[in-house]
Design a protein around this ligand. Structure first.
Ligand code: PMP
Length: 387
């Protein structure tokens, strides 16, 4: 069938009968530019080791023999192995019935919002924080509330509790370590916010631990004990170096796992995904070895940036927030001119760099030094915030 002139006429999103709340909005997305050093999406810079690549091929070959059938809808073997990983690395015993997996922790978050929030309900996060919490809220028809954070980007328990009491959200997001700032919270903060959330509604409290393997602090997983409305979400995108796999998971009371079944698409996790994730979990020790290297590199970035006179936010993640810049976007562009892509998350005066390999980090540090000499006197506190 040939296209009629009408179907070929220029058409924008807003010419379509889309939902009102999506009008004029842009999709999430860091620029995927083809530059030598890409340190903008908090990926793990180390490719999977060859023995693991072989093991994935083996497992996927076996799975391919059964692709005429739907996959295990409940992903029991994978959830069992994820539970084993959590138990082993945190010392807190988790069962498969407490674990749920989906295509990236973004999908986990979407399923939680579809189940516990949605039209007529609200969710809160303490910003700046992971922007997808707000965007997935919007996508699920959930009202988004931007909660407060201190000027140094730490979480103010009293102010956050007050915001929960005021807005009575149905879902509370606590991101620890937080993206893009790198800051983590302690147990007492989560305990207090959980209490505030239960007093207000009760609401579901989601601790997003996407970066926890890089933290100086322990996981908050053991807080699940006696807290049926608490969820800890995790991902294989960062510590496992498997962002391309798309595998996220949560740990919570088994009733929460049962509840998300109400909204998950049947067979949402392909047999290929399950096979690949299982192979990666067999190589946990090697992969966690890379995490140790990245923690060392993260600490080096913090020290070197501070040595150059930048203001650097304490980081518990595989990235570092630094500034201050009079014009962060201009600084971002100048660093890009040196062949290094970092991230401008829109936090005034700040940029974020992901810890890469030692060579990539050297390239980044050289680029920042160069930019500093181009601008003359280096990092400049914005006038209104100079301290
Ligand atoms: N949570 C946080 C805090 C993140 O930064 C990210 C990824 N950037 C995610 C969740 C989502 O990760 P994924 O969907 O790859 O598991």
């Amino acid at each position: 069938m040939t296209a009629t002139p009408a179907t070929r006429a220029p058409l924008g999103i807003d010419d379509l009968p889309i939902r009102e709340e999506l009008r004029g909005k842009s999709p999430y997305g860091a620029p995927q530019l083809d530059v030598p050093v890409r340190l903008n999406t908090n990926e793990n810079p180390y490719p999977l080791p060859e023995p693991l690549v072989e093991r994935i091929a083996e497992r996927v070959r076996e799975a391919a023999r059964h692709l005429n059938r739907y996959p295990d809808r409940d992903a029991v073997e994978l959830r069992t192995e994820l539970a084993r990983y959590l138990t082993r690395t945190t010392g807190y015993e988790v069962s498969a019935a407490q674990v749920w997996a989906a295509n990236g922790s973004n999908e986990v978050i979407q399923q939680l919002l579809q189940t516990f929030a949605g039209p007529g309900r609200t969710a809160i996060g303490f910003e700046p924080s992971y922007s997808m919490h707000g965007l997935i809220s919007r996508g699920t028809g959930t009202g988004w509330i931007s909660g407060p954070r201190r000027e140094d980007f730490t979480l103010d328990t009293a102010a956050a509790s007050a915001a929960i009491a005021e807005h009575r959200p149905h879902v509370v997001f606590i991101t620890s370590p937080n993206n893009p700032t790198g800051t983590a919270v302690d147990r007492a903060t989560v305990e207090a916010l959980y209490e505030a959330a239960q007093a207000a509604r009760p609401s579901l409290v989601v601790v997003d631990e996407a970066y926890v393997e890089f933290s100086h602090r322990e996981s908050l997983l053991s807080l699940l004990d006696g807290r049926p409305h608490l969820v800890v979400s995790r991902t294989m995108s960062k510590a496992f170096g498997a962002a391309g796999l798309r595998l996220g998971y949560l740990a919570a009371h088994p009733a929460v796992v049962d509840a998300v079944q109400l909204v998950r698409l049947p067979y949402h996790l392909s047999a290929v995904t399950q096979a690949t994730a299982l192979a990666a979990l067999e190589h946990t020790d090697t992969l966690l070895g890379y995490v140790d290297r990245l923690k060392t590199e993260r600490d080096r970035l913090v020290a070197e940036l501070r040595g150059m006179g930048f203001e650097v936010t304490e980081s518990d993640a595989n990235f570092v927030q630094f500034g201050r810049f009079e014009d962060a976007h201009e600084a971002w562009r100048r660093i890009l001119d040196q062949g290094v892509l970092v991230r401008d998350n829109g936090v005034p005066g700040r940029l974020r760099v992901t810890a890469g390999t030692p060579e990539e980090n050297d390239a980044f540090l050289a680029a920042v030094r160069e930019v500093k000499s181009l601008v003359g006197d280096g990092p400049t506190p914005p006038k209104e915030q100079s301290a």
